[in-house]
Design a protein around this ligand. Structure first.
Ligand code: FAD
Length: 157
């Protein structure tokens, strides 16, 4: 990582970024053509293992791509605040961000989909919601098991 002094390794800070981010920029590979799609997410962090849960309509280009090539990259940011300077190169943007790589799969098991959507709603709203088989049958749910990630923060000057 360039600007290594901005790297964040404190788990509590990383969880704070993940709670605030709300939107994941999911990078997929369609052959030699990258495809980036913004989506909302839920997550769990268990024993250092980060997993994301996304949901959407039953059809779409992103599923076609990830079924062919399940390796993904992602980027999440929060605390984004542009700041001014006296000269052009002093202008900048403060941010907190998490980036990484992982493997995606579309969940088929209704029980897994219900649990994933509860986690999704917890991350997005801070509230607990319950789902039933009928509700989860009308959406696709994506699980992303993260193989590596890093976090970085640029504070306000
Ligand atoms: C902040 C944010 C949060 C979102 N959260 C979710 C979510 O949680 N779940 C979800 O399913 N979708 C979400 N969306 C919409 C998402 O970005 C996609 O539009 C949607 O998932 C369809 O993607 P697809 O690959 O299936 O595209 P398709 O509907 O199959 O369409 C393919 C083509 O449409 C165009 N396209 C698709 N999406 C976009 C876009 N966002 N902007 C411009 N052009 C586009 C591209 O040219 C793409 O190649 C969110 C969008 C934003 C901006």
């Amino acid at each position: 990582m360039t600007r290594r002094e901005r790297e964040v390794t404190d788990l509590a800070m990383i969880l704070d970024f993940l709670n605030k981010g709300k939107v994941i920029h999911l990078g997929l590979c369609d052959g030699d053509q990258p495809y980036v799609v913004p989506m909302n997410y839920g997550y769990t962090m268990k024993d250092g293992e980060l997993t994301f849960y996304l949901h959407g309509a039953l059809k779409g280009y992103k599923y076609d791509v990830m079924r062919k090539h399940p390796k993904v990259s992602f980027s999440i940011e929060c605390d984004v605040h542009p700041f001014p300077g006296k000269v052009a190169c002093q202008y900048g943007t403060s941010y907190s961000s998490v980036m990484g790589k992982g493997t995606a799969r579309v969940l088929e098991n209704p029980q897994e989909k219900m649990e994933a959507l509860s986690l999704f709603m917890r991350t997005q709203t801070g509230k607990d919601f319950e789902f039933n088989e009928k509700l989860v049958s009308i959406v696709n749910v994506i699980e992303i098991k993260v193989s590596e990630y890093s976090a970085k923060q640029r504070p306000m000057p």
